[in-house]
Structures are given as structure tokens and as C-alpha cells.
Design a protein around this ligand. Sequence first.
Ligand code: PEP
Length: 258
Amino acid sequence: MTTRTPLLAGNWKMNLDHLEAISAVQKLAWALRDAKVDPESVDVAVLPPFTDIRSVQTLVQGDKLPVQYGAQDLSVHDAGAYTGEVSGAFLSRLGCTYVAVGHSERREYHAETDEVVRAKVEAALRHELTPILCVGESLDVREAGTQNDVVLAQVRAALDGFDAEALDGLVIAYEPVWAIGTGKTATAQDASDMCTGVRGALEEMFSAEFAAGVRLLYGGSVKPDNVAEIVEHEDVDGALVGGASLDPESFATLCARA
Ligand code: PEP
């Protein structure tokens, strides 16, 4: 049986500058130790703004802290005349493990289509970054009851044409748009039903063995008080956490309860 290491990833969005990031990561490491979170059995990561990553790298690598890190986005290009873009090659050189791809805020505010999301998955893999592929339905879709069709179509579009070997280590985060930053959480049943559906789609697209190895996260107003019931289901392997990851003590408590 495949065992999947749980992952709790904090998406800081556009919060905490590089000085605040140093303090937050240091406090997070202390709080994880105090909460007895075992780095061998759970992965804890932060996704800071680009401008913080060098500072986070220096701290994490210098002090050997049990915190992984990554970026919230990357360019589809590797280098060149793309003003404002950040290459996966640069993120890789900064020691990033993960990169979020297709977050709903990127899809909504930056018009990222499924094609762009797929190209970003490809760019991440080219630079040995683990994509955290974000998928999720809007409130309208949830109310119409077609969330499974929409989310599975996003998964299929983003992973179309890759072979399973190239996608080794892939993480997928199911984040219903109506639950992000709203305080409304999907029920544990909604989260687990969708994760089971995504795993089934991966099995159809690739193989049972591949599907069993992919870590599936839930994201959307996850907090220390609701994380335990969300990750209880066997198909939910952790959480992508926005607001509740900004306070290091609270995020460590959340990790300890997951
Ligand atoms: C997110 O942005 O990925 C997220 C899940 O945010 P929040 O936890 O604040 O809902």
C-alpha cells in the first residue's frame, strides 16, 4: 500500500515582507518543535511572495529548519523579455521544493486559462519543482451541482499529455473558490468526495499506482479548529492554508492537529 506523507502548505499570498518572513519562519520552526510535529512524518511548507524567498532560503538552509518552501506562481517561460515574470529556473536555484499553479486568484485576476495552467505545470517539471496544482469550482457551479465535471475537467486539462513518470511527486489542491478566504468551509464530506473523484480521474488517466501516490490537499478556510475532520478521510492528504498560515503559532497548531 502506498503511504503518502501529509503536507500542510501555507499560501501567504501577498502578505509578509522579507523581514516579516524571517521572523515568521523562525517562529514557525520553534512552534512546530513545541507542538511536537515530527518532520519525518509530516511535511510543512510555506509559499511566500517571491521577494521573500531568498531570505527564507538562507534561514531554512542555514539553520536546517524543518520547513519546506516554494513559490505561489511561475512563468511559463524560462528566461527572456517577459517583464515582471519569474522563471522556474530561478525558483529552483533558490531551493524551492514546490510551486503553486493555477490558484483560483491567478485564474480569476490574471485570466489564467487551463492551457496556461498546463504550460505552468510543464515549466515547473522542467525545473524539478513540485507543482501544487490548484483546482476548484465557483459558487455558481456548486449551486448547479456540476462541481465534479468542472473540477475533473480542470485536472484533465492541466495534466493532459504528460506521462506518469514526469509527474512523479505531483500535489493537487482542491480549493472550492467559494470557500477561499470567506470563512465558509466545504464539509469534510464535500472535500473527501471531491478528492476521491480526483484520485479516480488520475487512475483513469494514468494508473492506479500513480493515482495512489499523488497527494491531494483540501484548501478553503482551513483553521486549527476544522483541520482534523477535513484530513481524516483517507483520500485527503493535507491542506493548502491561506489566512491561517500567516500566524506561525496558529499554523503550527493546525499542523499538529492535522
Ligand atoms: C488559499 O488561498 O489557497 C486558501 C485556501 O485561502 P484561505 O485558507 O484563506 O481560505
